[in-house]
Design a protein around this ligand. Structure first.
Ligand code: NDP
Length: 459
């Protein structure tokens, strides 16, 4: 046995200090506030655990996990419909392949920087570990904005993006998927270009259409999974979503299928949003109205304000939906969309459960309010892991060259969300009995990756 793995700590052995660790991280990674925020939240829960289990400190696991294995930055050059040459930045952060090929989505949004992909990739390490599937972590994308672009422009951009990305990915190396701004249309263009360049039909991307290797339920998985996670947290307290008013943000992939699963479980979703504001439908968003939203957002690519005109609901421009009372809350748009003041308002208005469909949508101050108020709080890395879990099952089906039925995949999704909830619960209990799922998710996600890293030795 390596001397590094011996327990207990030796007399006078130095412990890992949270403040020193964060100061060092910020010094080495300046100008990356979202990355600092994501690491801060993990380090806060994991450092006390590391100090109780000194092998993780001696192997410097946390210090190594925060450094991506590889960061790839590239230029993407393409021509718009007026034949003008356009230049965008391309990114792929291959974070960790300790427990499987790099795996995580691509985001196309004008606001992204390296900071964005480092925070998302870091979160992905723990999320993928929690799924119990053999997936490492990565994240990537571009500052390209698909909004307002023609299909031809999106196609030319995706082809140019893949022309560089192709040399860095592969079914056993790195398997990207969708995220904000990357849906079925973009994945299809990216996959087509990969196939053309390599002359191979492999499971190199997930979120593919059913005709060429996609999995049933992948489109629905993140939203459905976030609701299953909420249901698990509630079940633990003898409650359920049935009959509860639900506040949802976003109106993209995650929000749409969150609303759908809330309806299946008998809840009442009343809000949706996009970057221009939110709608409040006091009568509730029904399946019929939701189908109209899917067409609006996925086909016609319109704005959520049109919902208000169509169904006589309220549209509140420039605001997020957190002023609307709801016992269950599903932030499903983007990072830092819910702040301390929003959290206080939600708690005051009777919120008992928050399940994060988006990645890091609640600011650290908001998370503190929820935890102090003993709200059931499912952090994104646990609550939205259903999407990547079904991506993992898409990889399995591609390798086996077969497709499972809808029922089979949804049953597996449910089982995985229950298992994620149970793993988190194991490390979540505070002295007063409250289940702190933030702490639970961070520690449970950390252990599997850390133990694999130790097994490989120092590298
Ligand atoms: P989509 O692109 O389908 O939808 C994103 C939604 O969020 C849109 O309604 C969009 O509005 C809104 N939005 C995006 N950026 C902003 C912003 N800066 N301010 C206000 N609203 C914004 O993305 P997804 O639904 O796929 O992703 C949503 C979240 O879920 C992200 O945090 C993503 O990382 C996370 N996630 C997604 C997974 C997936 O499987 N797709 C898996 C796990 C997590 P508008 O159209 O006006 O921009």
């Amino acid at each position: 046995m390596s001397t590094l793995t011996q327990n207990p700590p030796t007399a006078g052995e130095k412990v890992l200090d949270f403040n020193e660790f964060m100061a060092h991280l910020k010094e080495r990674n300046p100008g990356q506030p979202e990355f600092h925020q994501a690491v801060h939240e993990v380090a806060e829960s994991v450092i006390p655990f590391i100090n109780e289990n000194p092998k993780y400190r001696r192997y410097k696991i946390l210090e190594r996990i925060v450094e991506p294995d590889r960061t790839i930055l590239f230029r993407v050059t393409w021509q718009d419909d007026n034949s003008e040459v356009q230049i965008n930045k391309g990114y792929r952060v291959q974070y960790s392949n300790a427990i499987g090929p790099y795996k995580g989505g691509l985001r196309f949004h004008p606001s992204v920087h390296l900071d964005t992909f480092k925070f998302l990739g870091f979160e992905q390490v723990f999320k993928n570990s929690l799924t119990t599937l053999p997936m490492g972590a990565g994240k990537g994308g571009s500052d390209f904005d698909p909004k307002g672009k023609s299909d031809d422009e999106v196609m030319r951009f995706c082809q140019a993006y893949m022309t560089e990305l192709v040399r860095h990915i592969g079914k056993d190396t790195d398997v990207p998927a969708g995220d904000i701004g990357v849906g079925a249309r973009e994945i299809s263009y990216l996959y087509g270009q990969h196939k053309r360049l390599t002359n191979r039909f492999t499971g190199v991307l997930t979120g593919k259409s059913l005709e060429f290797g996609g999995s049933l339920i992948r489109t629905e998985a993140t939203g459905y999974g976030a609701v299953y996670f909420a249901e698990e947290m509630l079940k633990n307290q003898g409650k359920s979503i049935q009959g509860k008013q639900c506040v949802v943000s976003g109106s993209g992939n995650v929000a749409q299928y969150t609303v759908e699963k809330i309806l299946h479980l008998g809840g009442k979703p009343v809000t949706l949003s996009d970057s221009s504001g939110f709608i409040y439908d006091k009568d509730g968003i029904t399946q019929e109205k939701l189908d109209w939203v899917k067409d609006l957002k996925n086909v016609r690519r319109g704005r959520i304000s049109e919902y208000a005109d169509k169904f006589g609901a309220e549209f509140i421009p420039g605001k997020t939906p957190w002023s609307i009372p709801g016992e269950c809350v599903f932030p499903s748009a983007t990072q830092n969309e819910l702040n301390e003041e929003d959290a206080r308002m939600l708690v005051k208005n009777g919120c008992i459960c928050v399940s994060e469909g988006a990645n890091m949508p609640s600011t650290p101050e908001a998370v503190k309010v929820f935890i102090q108020s003993k709200v059931l709080f499912g952090p994104g890395k646990a609550a939205n892991a259903g999407g990547v879990a079904i991506s993992g099952l898409e990889m399995t089906q591609n390798s086996m060259r077969l497709s499972w039925s809808r029922e089979e995949v949804e049953t597996k999704l449910k089982q995985i969300m229950t298992s994620i909830h149970d793993q988190c619960s194991k490390h979540a209990r505070e002295a007063d009995g409250y289940l702190n799922y933030v702490k639970g998710a961070n520690i449970a996600g950390f252990i599997k990756v850390a133990d694999a890293m130790i097994a490989y030795g120092v590298m």
